[in-house]
Design a protein around this ligand. Structure first.
Ligand SMILES: *Cc1c(COP(=O)(O)O)cnc(C)c1O
Length: 341
């Protein structure tokens, strides 16, 4: 049986967390002299809510998950780092990834002195055979599945995620940064039946709030409690909490933009497929396309000279560029520039 206590680092398990002023007294009051703040009131003279109560209430409704199963961080990159710090004993536990994928998992592992085991995706970017995964796993720790995957754009089935979670004794972290652009159900729906699952999402992509740094982790209450115990007390600032709440209250605007971008993704695929230097456009359930060119370096460099910046992925996937879906106008500029080359 999976037990969170057994995978929590011993020093974290026995840690007595810092207790902030805002934590020791919640509730209503008229005179706040407990936190050495500047008493002259502005929007930001007070410390923020350490647990982002309002934001979690709104998220709970939208994502259909209990408030106590939500962690909000300073970007999902903070959640990734905290997961390493809570659940990976440096030099002992390991991190498992399926490249080519998001680079931050390995960087965060390196920062935390945790070894990364790489099991490559298949040639068409599917998850490796479960036999191969079982063979590679020789410790607990964290196993990352990015779905839709960055930079390949494809999604993995919930059944595949369940199967992998069943063979791993550590935490399976499903990074759904791009799930809003996909028609597939979120792995959040598996939380009740898969105890060692953490689902990451972010407000940096579809929600249009990359500058605010708001990332989310969804998991069992037991896992969330451990992350909360070690997080910096005021990890999400007041302006971000207010800005995030505002966007969640007007979520239809976000949904409209997502629908436009999905249409624009299709248009961009059509435009690119009529260009002779384009070899292959990989199917994408995200707001970007992975595109193979005859000579990706030439396209990348020439576009850059014209002030158009895309991402060169040729070091991981030969001759491939990752192109974010922009506005109709931006995409036209891009397509015309590629045609000129
Ligand atoms: C962009 C991205 C994120 C977002 O990270 P934030 O810190 O929330 O901005 C997370 N995972 C993947 C795979 C991404 O591409």
């Amino acid at each position: 049986m999976f037990n969170v206590d057994n995978i929590t680092r011993k020093n974290i398990f026995s840690l007595i967390p810092y207790s902030s002023a805002r934590e020791e007294f919640k509730g209503e009051a008229s005179v706040w002299l407990d936190a050495n703040e500047n008493p002259f009131e502005t929007d930001v003279n007070r410390y923020p809510d350490p647990y982002q109560t309002e934001l979690k209430k709104a998220l709970s409704r939208i994502k259909n998950v209990d408030e106590n199963q939500i962690f909000i961080g300073n970007g999902s990159d903070e959640a990734i780092d905290l997961l390493f710090r809570a659940f990976c004993e440096p030099g002992q536990d390991k991190s498992y990834i399926f490249p080519p994928t998001y680079g931050m998992y390995e960087v965060s592992a390196n920062i935390n002195n945790v070894e990364t085991v790489r099991v490559n995706l298949t040639a068409d970017f599917q998850l490796p055979d479960s036999k191969e995964i079982i063979k590679a796993i020789d410790s607990k720790g964290l196993l990352f599945i990015c779905s839709p995957n960055n930079p390949t754009g494809n999604i993995y089935s919930l059944d595949a995620i369940k199967e992998i979670a069943a063979i791993f004794s550590g935490l399976v972290v499903v990074d759904e940064a791009y799930i809003d652009f996909s028609n597939t159900t979120s792995a959040i729906s598996l939380l009740n039946e898969v105890p060692n699952l953490v689902v990451l999402q972010t407000m940096s992509k579809a929600y249009g709030l990359a500058g605010l740094r708001l990332g989310m982790a969804f998991a069992s209450k037991q896992i969330i409690d451990v992350i909360n115990k070690i997080k910096p007390p005021y990890n999400v600032n007041t302006l971000s909490q207010v800005g995030g709440l505002k966007v969640l209250k007007g979520i239809t605007k976000v949904i409209n933009q997502i629908n436009k971008l999905k249409i624009e993704r299709t248009t961009l695929i059509q435009s690119l497929s009529s260009i002779s230097s384009v070899i292959k456009i990989y199917p994408s359930e995200a707001n970007f396309l992975l595109v193979e060119f005859e000579d990706s370096d030439k396209i990348f460099t020439t576009l850059r000279l014209k002030g158009i910046i895309i991402r060169n992925r040729t070091s991981e996937i030969k001759n491939c560029l990752r192109i974010t879906v922009g506005t109709p106008e931006q995409n036209k500029v891009l397509i015309n520039a590629i045609k000129e080359i």
